[in-house]
Design a protein around this ligand. Structure first.
Ligand code: ASP
Ligand code: ASP
Length: 345
């Protein structure tokens, strides 16, 4: 890979990250989704993210281990949080970071996307962070460049960095995810966060429950509620349309944004009806464990999928998710730059 051929300076004070742990495993040139990550690889990212988090918490958060490394953010969909998070992650590590907003309408043809990626590659981008409204676009891009591709969200398919930051946040709070009941509530069928979360949380041993109205559950999952089964090529999950049943004894509750922009229409009677039946409220959360962790990937529609007092309540980990997102993205850039050198599985 092109990135491995360069030399990086990691000898500045406080900037060498430890790759000592013998169980560190990493064998990826791109980060496209978590379905091809082993548990050990997820653990590697989390272990490094912990070190990156320490850097972020310093008064001057700089550890220029990636000087000379170029990251290009290529966003074909609007984004504030994820884009800013990747920009910061690169900058804290001393990389050069450039953000390109591409107008989706001019890139509807596959060829334009390929051209753009080839051009950025010719400019010697080392990593391209890509968000696109078409599921699979980053996979296509990765076949046309030596740069590392990081999927920052493709259509309703995957958002692997979100799932990794959620796993990291949950490990901080709960220690381990093994045997924990994680309930994702809302618009599952349009949610790339849910899809990557299902892979990641299941790999870490959690019990995943999906909850939403039948019209917002992926086809193939909603025809047999209450039954755990393999479907849609996803790991085995439990599906529940009654939120009160779903939240019972939950360790983790993740509210998902109602993705109005991805709905073709006709899937919901009304927003009012939706929030009446599925909004994550304090009252409903009384069924979850008292110590439950409340998550939301952002951006939130308060008053629709989540009540305002819940989002800012003491069980909420929403702000931690945002900070941890920067740390996880730093860890991934570091590993993709060939800095991990932790050997193939
Ligand atoms: N979709 C939102 C955005 O891009 C939030 C996120 O991805 O973190 O701003
Ligand atoms: N930020 C997440 C995403 O880009 C969640 C959302 O937008 O609802 O998928």
């Amino acid at each position: 890979m092109m990135t491995n051929e360069r030399e990086y300076s990691s000898d500045l004070e406080g900037t060498s990250f430890s790759n000592e742990q013998s169980d560190l495993v990493w064998d990826h040139e791109d980060v496209l989704d978590l379905d091809d990550f082993t548990v050990q690889e997820i653990e590697t990212v989390i272990a490094l993210a912990e070190q990156m988090r320490e850097v972020l918490d310093r008064r001057i958060a700089r550890a220029p281990a990636l000087r000379g490394f170029t990251v290009i953010n290529l966003f074909f969909e609007p984004s504030t949080r994820t884009r800013a998070s990747f920009e910061l992650a690169g900058k804290v590590l001393g990389a050069d970071v450039i953000s390109v907003s591409a107008d989706n309408s001019s890139v509807v043809k596959g060829e334009s996307l390929i051209d753009t990626v080839k051009t950025l590659s010719a400019m010697r981008a080392d990593a391209i962070v890509m968000r696109h409204s078409m599921s699979g676009a980053p996979y296509l891009a990765s076949t046309y460049t030596d740069a590392a591709i990081i999927n920052a969200g493709d259509g309703s398919h995957a958002h692997p960095t979100q799932a990794l930051l959620d796993i990291y946040t949950l490990k901080q709070r709960l220690g381990s995810l093994r045997g924990k009941k994680i309930v994702m509530v809302g618009d599952i069928s349009h949610s790339r966060v849910a899809r990557s979360g299902i892979w990641g949380f299941s790999a870490m041993g959690a019990e995943v429950v999906l909850c939403g109205p039948p019209t917002l559950l992926p086809a193939g999952l909603n025809d047999n509620v209450h039954v755990s089964r393999k479907s849609s090529n996803l790991p085995s999950v439990q599906v529940e349309t009654d939120i009160d049943v779903a939240l019972d004894n939950a360790d983790v509750v993740m509210a998902l944004r109602l993705q109005k922009e991805r709905q073709q229409g006709g899937l919901l009677p009304s927003l009012r009806e939706y929030s009446k039946l599925y909004q994550v409220t304090q009252e409903r959360l009384s069924r979850a464990k008292q110590s439950h962790v409340l998550m939301h990937p952002g951006p939130k529609n308060e008053g629709i999928e989540i009540a305002g007092n819940v989002a800012s309540g003491s069980n909420s980990t929403i702000e931690e998710q945002v900070t941890n997102g920067v740390a996880v993205r730093m860890a991934l850039l570091y590993l993709l730059a060939g800095k991990g050198q932790v050997g193939a599985n």
